[in-house]
Design a protein around this ligand. Structure first.
Ligand SMILES: [Zn+2]
Length: 76
């Protein structure tokens, strides 16, 4: 199994949100965020958006969404 990097996680969470990932990749993301607090913060932020928008819905992120997440991480 290929190891997934933090950079990949942060890129793939938007695909995750659009339900556009394979089950295997989703599992890798789930495993990764379990022991990586930085990615977990990003992942949780995206999941909050998912639960607001409803599963499977294709939505647009408010502009600045990622920027806010990264700023939140930087403030840790
Ligand atoms: Zn990570």
């Amino acid at each position: 199994m290929l190891e997934i990097t933090c950079e990949q996680i942060r890129r793939e969470v938007s695909n995750y949100m659009e339900a556009d990932l394979t089950a295997a990749l989703k599992r890798q993301i789930d495993d990764h965020v379990r022991h990586c607090p930085g990615c977990k913060a990003v992942y949780d932020g995206v999941r909050n958006v998912i639960s607001l928008a409803g599963h499977g819905a294709i939505i647009e992120l408010p502009s600045g969404f990622s920027e806010r997440l990264y700023r939140k991480l930087a403030n840790k």
